[in-house]
Design a protein around this ligand. Sequence first.
Ligand code: ADP
Ligand code: ADP
Ligand code: ZN
Length: 867
Amino acid sequence: MVSTMHPIVDRAEPAGPDEHSEAEAPEGAIRLRGVRVHNLRNIDLDIPRDRFVVITGPSGSGKSSLAFDTIFAEGQRQYIETLSTYARQFLHQLERPDVDLIEGLQPTISIDQRGGSRNPRSTVATVTEIYDYLRLLMARTGEVFCYRCGAAIRQQMPEQIADELAALDEGTKLILLAPLVRGRKGKHAEVFEQVRKAGFVRVRVDGDIYDLDTVPALAPRRNHTIDAVIDRIIVRSNVRPRLTESLALALKHGEGLAVASVLRGTGGDGAVWEERRYSTEYACPNCRLSYDEIEPRTFSFNSPYGACPTCQGLGMVGAELNGEAGSDEVCPDCHGARLRPEARNVRLGDKAIHEITALAVAAGRNFFAGLNFPPSQAAVAQPLLREIASRLAFIDQVGLGYLTLDRSADTLSGGESQRIRLATGIGSGLVGVCYILDEPSIGLHPRDNQRLIDAMRHLQQQGNTLLVVEHDEAIMRQADEIIDLGPGAGRHGGAVVAQAPPDEIVRQPQSITGKYLSGEMKIDVPERRAINHKRALTIEGASGNNLKNVTASFPLSALVCVTGVSGSGKSTLVDDTLGRAVARRLNGEGPRPAPHTSLRGVNQVDKLIEIDQSPIGRTPRSNPATYTGAFDEIRRVFTTTREARLRGYKASRFSFNVKGGRCEVCQGQGVQKIEMNFLPDLFVKCPECGGKQFNQVTLEVRYRGLSIADVLALRVDEAIEFFQNFPAIRRLLVGLDEVGLGYLTLGQSSTTLSGGEAQRIKLATELSRVDTGKTLYILDEPTTGLHFDDVRKLLAVLSRLVDLGNTVIVIEHHLDVIKSADWVVDLGPEGGAAGGQIIAFGTPEQIAALADNATGQYLRQVLSTEP
Ligand code: ADP
Ligand code: ADP
Ligand code: ZN
C-alpha cells in the first residue's frame, strides 16, 4: 500500500487534551504522549523532526504499532479532516489511535513492503512519474514518422515553407507541384481536364513533365502518379512573394500537400532533382495517411487513446492457460510495446518511446544525457529532462540501475518496489514531509547498502523527517537517533527501552540492540556439516531472465545460502528455475520452469515446500488460526460447550466464512471497506459487530468464560496456555511460538501481517506437519522483519530441519545467516544484464577468503577470515 498524504497543509494541532505539557518537547519534535496502541504501554516519546530516525526492536515489540498504526494513522486522519465533506463523513468511523496527544506531526507518506502496484499496466517508468515527463517530451520534441511508409511527417505553415525554399542558393531551379494522383490505375482523363480548367498548362506524369496537350495516352491498367505543375522558379533575392503565392496555389490544388522538386548541382552531369514534400496538415506527405495531433496521451497505454488496440496496452495477449505463468503471448501487433502504431513511430534521438523505456535505468541516464536539442526546443526540453534525469539518478542510487523502465511493477520484489517508491519520493522534491519506511534494506546486498543510506540521508537533508523501521546494522549505525522498543514481543514489549544516537545506545545496558551493536552479543558461527557432494540437486544450462547458461549444484541435507547483489538472478535461479523444475518432477504439474537443459538429483527429494512472503490468504478473514488449522479444532471445542449443545450449534456456527454465526453486515470480516477517490481504500470497524466478526447470539456461547471472538483475540502464547489440554491445538500453535510469532493474536487479519510474518507462519505450519527427512525447503529472505535475536531463533529452526536430513535453500543478504550456512552459492557480479553468473561457491570461509568477491568482503568482517 503506498499511502500518500499530499502536503497540502502542515497541521500542528494537538490530537487530544493536553495533559502532559509538563514535559516540554524540544523544538521541532513530533510529540507523543500516552500511546497505548496495541501493545504500546502508555509511552511518551519525542521524535526529532527533520532527522533520520531508526525504530528497532524484536519482532512484535511494537515498531509498526508506533510507526504505522499511531503516527501514520494519525497523519492520515488529520489529512482526511482537511478533505471534502464526502471524505469527512467517514472520519468519525476512522479510529483515532489510542493516544492522549500527538503534536508537531507533518504530512505523512508511508512506503511499505506490500506497496507494489497491482495494475498490470504500471511500470517502473509510470510509478516513478518518469513516463509522464517522457510523454510530454516526446509530444513536444519528438520527430513523427508515418507508420505505414516511414516518411517524416512535419506540419508546416506556408510561410515557413516559403522561407525554407527562399533560403536555397541563388540560381537554384525548382518546380512547384500539386500532387493529384498517387499510384492509381486508369487513364485519368478527368484529372487532366481539371488541370486545364484551373488554368495550368503543364503536368508531371510518372516523373516526366509534359504540356497538357502533349500528354501521351495512359495505359489504363498501370499505376500512374500525376502532379499539376504550378510554377517553375529560379531562386533570386526577391523571390519570396512569388514563392508564397505559388505555394498557396500548390497547397490548394494538392489538398494541403505541395511538392517542391529542387535541382541540386550546377545543371551538368551529376545534377539531380531532389523532391521535398510539404504538408500544412498532420498527414503523411507521401501516402497521405492523416494523423491526429501528437499529444502526451498518444503515448498512454493506460488509456484507449494510446493503447495498442489488439492487446489493450498490456503488451501480451491470451489469458493465462491452466494458471500457467508464461503461457501469455507477446502481442502480435505491438510486439510488447503496448502502444498504438502512431505512438510507436515518434522518435527522440532515433528511438521510439518503447525503445527508450526498454533501456535499463543506468543506460537510460546515458541516453538522455546524450540528447541534443535545437535552441527552439531546448527551452521546452530542459525542464523535462531535468525531472527525468534526477529520477533516474535516484533509482540508480538505490541500487536498481539494472531495472528496465518498462519493467512491469507487478513483477518487482517487495524490496525493489519499495526502493523505487523511495526514489520517487526523493525525485518529487517535497519538503516538510514525514516519510515512514518499513525495512528498506530488504533484498539489498550489503555492498549496496551505503547507497540506500545515502538516498535516505538525501531525502532527510531536503528537509524531511525519516522514520525507518529497520534491523540492519549498517543503517542503524548511521542514523541520527535509534528508538529501541522492547524488551520482548507483545505483552512483553511495548516500551521504549532506549532512545539515543547510535554511539550512545551501545552504552545503555538495558538495550539488546546496543549489545549487538557493541559486539557484546552476537550470533555464533555454528559447526559446519560435512557435505557429501555426491548427494546434490544440480540444475544445468539455466538461462531464464539474465541467467547466462548457468550450472549450479545444491548439496542435499545442508543449509545452502544463495547470495548476490539485487538483480543478479537469485530468484530466477532458485524460484523460477530450480523450484519450479523440482515441483513439476514431483507433482507432474505447476508453473512452467524458466529455461534450463537438465535437472539431476530429484530422486533424493520427495517433497518441496516453498515458503514465500505472499499473504496467507486473500481476504481479511484469513488469520494465523485459520491458516494453521488450529481454528477448526477450536471451533470443535466450542461445539462441546453446554450452551452450544442446547442450541444445537455445529462447528460451522463458529465460522466467519459461512452464514449462520457470523456478522452479516461485514460478512465476518470485522471491517468495512470505503473506497476513496485518489486515496487508498479506507477500512473502518464494522459498525454492527464492532470488529468481532460474529453476531450477538453466537458470542453468547462461552468456553471457560471466553467467546469465540475473545479466543481469536488471544495471543498465540496465551492460547497455548489456554488450550493446554488440547494437544492437537497446542501442536499447531507451538510452531508459531518457536519461530518467534507468539505475540500474534489468533485472529489477526492476514491483511495486517507483514510479508516476513506471513512467511514465518507458513514455516511454522510446515514444522508442525509430519516430516519425511527428504524435504526440500526454499525460502526467500526469511529474515525480513527479524531482529538479531529473532534471527537466532530462525536459524535454530532451519538447523533442526537440516539435522533431520532435509535440505534448506535460502536466498539471503543477512550476514548472520550466510555465515551460518553449510554452503554458499554466489551470483553476480552485477544486477541485470551484467549479472546472471555463478561467481563463487563454497563454505562461508572459502567465500570469505576470496579477494575480489563482494559477498566475501562482507563475510570476512563477521567471520574474521583473512583474504
Ligand atoms: P513489530 O512491528 O515490532 O514487529 P507490531 O507493532 O506489529 O510489532 O506488534 C506489536 C504487538 O501488537 C504485537 O503483540 C501484535 O500482535 C499486536 N498487533 C499488531 N497489529 C495489531 C492489530 N491490528 N490488532 C491487534 N493487535 C495488533
Ligand atoms: P535477484 O533475485 O538476484 O534480485 P532476479 O532473479 O529477481 O534477481 O532478477 C534477475 C534479472 O532478471 C534482473 O535483471 C531482473 O530485472 C530480471 N527479471 C526478474 N524478474 C523479471 C520479470 N518478471 N520480467 C522481466 N525481467 C525480470
Ligand atoms: Zn498490442
